[in-house]
Design a protein around this ligand. Structure first.
Ligand SMILES: NC(=O)c1ccc[n+]([C@@H]2O[C@H](COP(=O)([O-])OP(=O)(O)OC[C@H]3O[C@@H](n4cnc5c(N)ncnc54)[C@H](O)[C@@H]3O)[C@@H](O)[C@H]2O)c1
Length: 422
């Protein structure tokens, strides 16, 4: 068993810390947010991630995980994972300052011959700045990008498609891969630069795929094709694949928008501009606009003072994360066009945004609304019975941007039903 330190107890750091503890390692997780640390010490998690709180409490009881704010507590760790934010800078590039700040403090305290692991998503060649800032010849730097998806983070940790480890010293890379105790996952051992690029390439390609599918949905609508059938036929081609090809209101979240922009800038700076990336970003903006325009058209080209009920605020189901959520972008645009926007999300209960009223429940959200717009694919929205809500609405109109509802069922109940691309 190894002694592992984790710096940054957010979505990635907390999940990794808890899962490493579950694998039997001794883990200390660190955060600069003292309130968060106290909450975690008491066994409660500040985010919604299925199964994570139970696993945390089990490992607190087994004394396999501890939470601290003092960086010096990591001085006897064999491995220290960096899981701090790498947000977007004003120009769209990734901001490395949180990473380098953490590295500066670790430089003085890391155990001799320990390994520093970068799990944060960092721009290509960041490992060189990390090495320079760390200034410790005895400590190897392993780039080990994280691919977990919020909402299925635990399962993704234990069943990854691959474990990527990049290092100058292959022995250190393999040691880090072995911490995951996973015989099934393929280990991709490479240099640091390639490991860093794998993460950006993956997220950017996924965003590109979604932009393509969203544009296809728009075309389907205009030529009266059914995007659901088109994608079924398209995805069955094994070279394309059936995963991650569902149209929606636009892509968002804490990773795709910043990672696509960062790779776009990296490609330009390195004289290899990837024009598909600018197109991917532009296409996503077009999708958001298309959804808002469609709502306006449905409501006779006038949104002023009309109550719109939005189902979902999180950027996808099974998370409470609203960072760069397309639902929020759409809500704000509707409000800017004069609509009264009321939203209900099973997990997002507070939001500092004067343009959006948060309803306490579904009933409050939909009552007297002119249209219901489903924006996040929460499974509970599939169970809404159109019969029982009909009398609460001003108009029986619904727009399902995720194509998760059964059209016939809603139409049988007298609803005017709009899907996305069909
Ligand atoms: N969220 C995801 O789904 C996901 C998936 C893969 C990769 N990533 C990447 O992982 C990194 C972390 O993302 P996240 O979503 O977990 O971020 P987050 O904002 O949820 O958590 C980061 C945590 O780091 C803490 N922190 C900041 N500076 C610190 C310091 N010097 N010392 C200790 N703690 C510090 C913050 O207080 C915060 O709790 C980012 O680079 C992100 O791009 C995120």
């Amino acid at each position: 068993m190894a002694k592992i330190g984790v710096v940054g107890a957010g979505y990635v750091g907390l999940t990794s810390a808890v899962c490493f503890a579950e694998l039997g390692h001794d883990v200390i997780a660190l955060d600069v947010d003292a309130k968060k640390i106290t909450q975690l010490q008491n066994g409660s998690i500040p985010i919604y991630e299925p199964g994570l709180e139970d696993l945390l409490n089990k490992n607190i009881q087994n004394k396999k995980i501890y939470f601290e704010i003092e960086v010096s507590k990591l001085n006897d760790c064999d491995y220290v994972f960096l899981c701090v934010p790498t947000p977007q800078d004003t120009d769209g590039a990734a901001d490395l300052s949180y990473v380098l700040k953490a590295v500066r403090t670790l430089s003085k305290i890391l155990k001799k011959n320990s390994i520093l692991v970068t799990k944060s998503t960092v721009p290509v060649n960041s490992w060189k700045s990390i090495e320079l800032t760390l200034n410790r010849v005895d400590v190897d730097i392993v780039s080990n990008p994280e691919f977990l998806r919020e909402g299925s983070a635990i399962s993704d940790f234990f069943n990854p498609d691959r474990i990527v480890v990049g290092c100058k010293n292959i022995d250190s890379a393999i040691k880090v891969a072995k911490l995951y105790k996973n015989e099934l996952a393929e280990v991709i051992s490479t240099d640091n630069t390639s490991a860093e690029l794998i993460k950006y390439a993956s997220n950017s390609f996924l965003a590109l795929k979604l932009s393509f599918v969203n544009e296809l949905a728009a075309l389907c609508e205009n030529v009266q094709a059914n995007v659901i059938d088109v994608l079924k036929g398209f995805g069955k081609d094994q070279r394309i694949g059936e995963h991650f090809i569902s149209p929606g209101p636009g892509w968002g979240g804490s990773c795709f928008p910043k990672d696509v922009k960062a790779l776009n800038i990296i490609s330009e700076q390195n004289l290899s501009a990837m024009s598909l990336l600018s197109a991917t970003i532009e296409s996503n903006q077009k999708t958001l606009k298309r959804i808002v325009d469609k709502i306006e058209r449905i409501l006779d080209n006038n949104l002023v003072e009309k109550k719109i009920a939005l189902l979902g605020l999180a950027f996808k189901a099974n998370t409470d994360d609203v960072r760069e959520s397309p639902a929020i972008a759409i809500a704000e645009r509707l409000s800017d066009r004069g609509a009264k926007v009321c939203a209900f999300d099973p997990k997002v209960k507070t939001l500092v945004n004067e343009k959006i009223i948060i309803a306490k429940d579904l009933d409050e959200c939909i009552s007297d609304s002119e249209i219901i717009v489903l924006l996040t694919e929460w499974p509970e929205f599939k169970d809404i019975n159109p019969e029982t809500i009909s009398n609460k609405l001003k108009n029986k109109v619904i727009f399902d941007t995720r194509n998760i509802l059964i059209k016939d069922l809603w139409e049988k109940s007298g609803f005017l039903f709009f899907g996305n691309g069909r």
